[in-house]
Write a protein that binds this ligand. Structure first.
Ligand SMILES: C[S@@+](CC[C@H](N)C(=O)[O-])C[C@H]1O[C@@H](n2cnc3c(N)ncnc32)[C@H](O)[C@@H]1O
Length: 233
């Protein structure tokens, strides 16, 4: 029988925040897959599941999604990955691709899911707790309350307009991939009359080096850094 592909959100860092469903599906899949940008870089998502899922008898497969500036290199990589996945599925393997946080929040898995479905295979997404939900819980702030809205935006060179629009239009803004942009964000807030005290940085939540606190412009932040801005305090 042909196998099935699962995209599994394993939560942002703490193993205890994985869902029972994630564990159930991981336990039954013979192949655990994870995407990487560089060969051998490992997977935080794999580290999260390891304490509660016995992976010793499973096949662990790394899938390289190259960030090479050359389109043809990236395209070849993507096609090779899809072909390899289809071979595993044709061999009857159920594959669980693990993703940090939730699968629907900026994850590579969703590209794979639609392509694998288009090739006629069955897929299923198992949601997880997004990093900003855990961050808000640790910070003790509601993401939104009453009739408020929430914008979730990434920091990216090509979308500073989106970030500005979110800050102007929404009571609450979650800024993802903010690690190199804390100073820029503080300046943008000030230029819009939003006190920087309204921002909470949530970095490495549920991981070593966890930081939940105000914007500290002298601090170095790693990739797993998100900022929660609440304009109404
Ligand atoms: C590619 S996105 C993945 C998001 C993930 N799927 C989720 O649901 O949170 C990577 C960004 O997620 C945020 N992130 C992921 N894990 C985090 C953590 N443990 N603590 C704080 N932010 C985190 C950071 O903004 C990071 O730059």
């Amino acid at each position: 029988m042909t196998g099935k592909l699962y995209g599994i959100g394993v939560g942002p860092g703490e193993t205890g925040l994985m869902t029972l469903k994630a564990k159930e599906v991981l336990d039954k899949c013979g192949v655990i897959a994870y995407p990487v940008k560089k060969v051998g870089e490992g997977s935080v998502a794999l580290d999260i599941i390891s304490p509660v899922v016995d992976i010793s008898e499973k096949s662990i497969e790394e899938f390289l999604f190259s960030m090479d500036p050359d389109d043809s290199v990236r395209e070849k990589c993507r096609k090779d990955n899809l072909d390899k996945m289809c071979r595993l599925l044709d061999n009857g393997e159920d594959i669980a691709m693990v993703t940090l946080g939730d699968v629907g929040v900026y994850s590579t898995y969703m590209y794979i899911d639609s392509e694998i479905r288009a090739r006629g295979y069955e897929t299923e997404v198992i949601p997880g707790i997004p990093s900003f939900c855990h961050g808000a819980a640790l910070a003790g702030v509601p993401l939104m309350i009453g009739n408020e809205g929430l914008a979730v935006v990434p920091v990216a060179k090509e979308n500073s307009k989106l970030l500005e629009a979110a800050l102007e239009s929404f009571d609450n803004v979650v800024v993802m991939k903010a690690f190199k942009s804390i100073r820029m964000l503080a300046e943008m807030m000030e230029s819009k009359g939003i006190p920087v005290e309204r921002a909470t940085v949530v970095s490495n939540v549920g991981m070593e080096g966890e930081y939940v606190g105000p914007m500290d412009l002298d601090r170095e932040y790693g990739y797993f850094t998100t900022v929660i801005i609440k304009k109404k305090g």
